[in-house]
Design a protein around this ligand. Structure first.
Ligand code: MGD
Ligand code: MGD
Ligand code: MO
Length: 709
């Protein structure tokens, strides 16, 4: 190991093997991680990857997904050159073309569309990758379209909007100092492998842990002192019941509420209806456990809550549930307190690093004036007010219905039709387009519907600016050259800006110049960042100090933590509630026809959305897509492990293998998404959306199951 480290530091190939070890990052999962990789490179090819022990995020560890980087980058279906469709949409017949031909054709067609139907008829959509987002958003606006949107229409933003409603700012759990961790929808063992060891370390230091999850998971049995198992989507009622118990016992921080919290009397009045036994009927959680949770909260001196980007938000009532949960921090005085939830302004691509860049100014400078409202804005006015991007869950409808204005083209980076609710309808919409460009590493099922496919490169084939928590930043260096003639997304956009003749000199001058602009207020240069081997703390780091934001006044209408939102109250035409009110995830009529609950999307350790199902050795760990059902339901319906079942919802039916589990409660069906041969999103209704933020009800859709004979 020491020899290897010496070679690594010297950056020279090993004389015997010709292998050089280079530093890169894995971007297979969320940007808040992007672990450091040591890539063993021989003759320009990666022969092996390992975690980088010097990287401040993963300290040498890599998860199952990270370990698959080599198999991922060398997947057989990598797109290696621009492609032009010659077959029918979806057939997969393409002809290779040059970049020059691709750019010329795209520019001609997009400018033609702009001329014919207006710039708003062209949609710019990004899938899960985020590193290029600010370049892409500015590109869309410079083209003149208000319709830039992304996977964030179904991820993370629900919670972010809940926080903006309450405090005007994003927040993060200050876990390192808490003595109670409220792990609401927390199972980091599958979704964020670096976090559970921190919780374990806190636990060993005496911190208590409550996990709130409908299922039994590694987090519930390894971490929880108390496990509450509400039915999916009933979290709001549970949080309000806990609040009622705290208030009834006087276990709240009255001086803090008096000074920093707005709307407490109305809120306290509202939560009274959730007091006592009612909680069991509403959520399935016994009242005795609510009392126990309230007692643990009362006994703690600093409580923080897990920030969830998906399972709390993926419900018709998701954002309100999120608000109800985070309100517990306000009434117990745990917001903007050490060991509680700290304000955390985003530095860059939703990562809070403790300094500010000019990312948002860079995007806003190009926003088109007098453009029509983006897609989804009329249906989701709060979303539009806060996010000012298209709400993509309304995209398929607008393409198909053409109202309030027609949409005929999509230019996409990494679009996956199976991430949307009612994915078959999204497919119909894609088929009906006049022009569709998709940019991806792979010739995916979605890319097969495009007119032109552009080859993107992976994080190990490009250089990018990245910031990390605790003041760190880096500009990465490519580990290998791009495969084939693949390019990095930002190079594609900046070059295409020239072919489109966009009046945006900054964008046309390339990615690095844009980054220089974005970091121009910081006391560090691109050259200095490029010289770092791993992310390093930069001079501008200035951590949040507890109580500073509250003392200065929050950026809300009242300057306080708003239990009652004055923004929402000022807009009665939106038809939304100012308090974190609760409605059940499923109405009585749906429950009569479909008595079970489908919770689609809880993470599995060896897959990430659609992108690892085709990596063979990852797939080998769980080869068959399966729906998890309880032992009790299996017995009642005479279903054996591996039998095929039919899952039906108001949106459709799907046949899939059954996995019988004692970790799932009766009446519930759990399944992961993104599978080609069993796409669970065909079962999610496209109109079962959260009116506050537009998120789909992926995690609480009424369903029924039957054994397939
Ligand atoms: N039922 C259900 N549906 C869900 C969810 C759920 O929980 N349940 N979760 C939702 C959430 S939270 C999310 S985040 C979304 C996932 O969002 P998706 O966009 O579906 O995510 P992926 O399948 O990971 O990636 C999309 C595409 O990006 C491509 N790609 C990878 N890297 C790059 C790159 O550098 N450049 C380009 N141009 N392309 C790249 C991949 O090959 C892939 O085809 O799904 C949502 N849908
Ligand atoms: N392996 C892997 N890791 C991933 C991803 C992936 O696809 N695969 N995706 C990444 C992305 S984009 C995201 S957004 C994050 C999501 O990250 P997480 O939110 O951490 O992951 P989930 O597994 O979706 O949800 C966590 C737990 O919430 C529970 N849960 C489901 N519904 C409810 C509910 O209604 N209420 C409560 N209280 N709990 C519920 C589930 O049973 C699960 O155990 O994961 C990221 N990490
Ligand atoms: Mo996500």
């Amino acid at each position: 190991m020491s020899d290897l480290n010496a070679l690594l530091k010297a950056k020279i190939p090993c004389p015997e093997t010709g292998i050089e070890i280079r530093h890169g990052i894995c971007d297979i999962c969320s940007p808040s991680f992007h672990c450091g990789i040591n890539a063993y490179v021989k003759d320009g090819e990666i022969v092996k990857v390992e975690g980088n022990p010097d990287h401040p995020v993963n300290h040498g560890l890599l998860c199952t997904k990270g370990m698959s980087n080599r198999a991922y980058i060398y997947r057989e279906d990598r797109v290696l050159t621009p492609l032009k469709r010659v077959g029918e949409r979806g057939e997969g017949r393409f002809q290779p073309i040059s970049w020059e031909e691709a750019y010329t054709e795209i520019a001609r067609r997009l400018n033609e569309q702009k001329e014919k139907y207006g710039p708003e008829s062209v949609v710019f959509f990004s899938g899960y990758d985020k590193w290029y987002r600010m370049i892409f958003e500015r590109f869309a606006y410079s083209f003149g379209s208000p319709n830039y949107g992304s996977e964030s229409s179904t991820c993370f933003t629900s919670g972010l909007m809940a926080w903006k409603t309450a405090t005007g700012l994003p927040a993060r759990a200050d876990m390192g100092k808490c003595d109670l961790f409220l792990g609401w929808a927390f199972n980091g063992y599958y979704s964020r492998y670096l976090v559970p060891p921190n919780v374990l370390a806190r636990k060993e230091a005496g911190t208590k842990v409550i996990i709130i999850d409908p299922r039994v998971t590694p987090a519930t049995y390894k971490l929880a002192d108390l496990h509450l198992a509400p039915r999916p989507g009933t979290d709001g009622a549970l949080a309000l019941a806990i609040a009622a118990e705290l208030i009834a016992n006087g276990w709240i921080d009255k001086p803090y509420i008096e000074k920093y919290v707005h709307g407490f009397p109305e809120y306290a009045d509202y939560v009274r209806q959730f007091a006592g036994d009612e909680v069991e009927r509403l959520t399935g959680v016994p009242y005795a456990q609510v009392r126990q949770a309230a007692q643990m909260i009362h006994d703690s001196s600093a409580m923080c809550v897990n920030e969830s980007s998906a399972p709390i938000g993926h419900h018709k009532n998701g954002m309100q549930n999120y608000r109800a949960i985070m309100s517990l921090l306000a009434i117990t005085g745990n917001y903007d307190r050490a060991g509680g939830q700290m304000p955390a302004e985003h530095t860059y691509i939703h990562v809070s690093s403790g300094f500010l860049t000019k990312e948002h100014q860079f995007v806003d400078a190009a926003r088109p004036k007098n453009a029509p409202l983006p897609i989804g804005a009329p249906r989701f006015p709060l979303w539009n007010h806060m996010e000012r991007q298209m709400q993509s869950t309304d995209l398929s409808r607008q393409i198909m219905e053409g109202t309030p204005y027609p949409v005929h083209s999509i230019f996409a980076l990494g679009m996956n039709m199976r991430m949307f609710p009612d994915s078959p309808y999204m497919l119909e919409a894609l088929k009906s387009l006049e022009f569709f460009v998709d940019t991806d590493l792979f010739l995916t099922d979605t890319a097969k519907y495009a007119d032109i496919v552009l080859p993107a490169c992976s994080s190990l084939e490009r250089g990018e600016f990245k910031t990390y928590p605790a003041g760190r930043a880096i500009f990465t260096t490519p580990v290998i050259p791009p495969r084939g003639s693949a390019k990095s997304d930002v190079d594609i956009l900046c070059e295409l800006a020239g072919y489109l003749d966009l009046k945006d000199d900054l964008l046309r001058s390339g990615y690095e110049t844009c980054i220089r602009h974005i970091i121009s207020d910081l006391h560090i240069t691109v050259e200095e960042l490029k010289a770092f081997d791993v992310p390093k703390r930069i001079p501008d780091f200035s951590p949040e100090l507890p109580m500073a934001r509250l003392e200065a006044g929050l950026p809300t209408p009242t300057g306080k933590f708003e239990l009652k939102s004055e923004l929402i109250a000022a807009h009665p035409e939106w038809g939304l509630d100012a308090l974190p009110t609760y409605v059940p995830p499923v109405d009585e009529e749906s429950a009569r026809d479909f008595p079970m609950l489908l919770c689609a999307g809880s993470r599995i350790p060896n897959a990430i959305h659609s992108r690892l199902h085709d990596v063979k050795w990852e797939r080998a760990l769980r080869p068959i897509p399966a729906a998890e059902i309880s032992v009790q339901d299996a017995q009642a319906l005479d279903i054996q492990e591996g039998d095929h079942i039919l899952i039906s919802t108001s949106a459709g039916s799907m046949e899939v293998a059954a996995q019988i589990s004692n970790q799932v409660s009766p009446g519930q069906v759990f399944m992961f998404h993104g599978y080609r041969e069993a796409d669970v999103n065909q079962l999610i209704h496209r109109d079962n959306l959260d009116p506050y933020c537009g998120f789909p009800a992926f995690r609480s859709t009424a369903c029924k199951i039957a054994k397939k004979e």
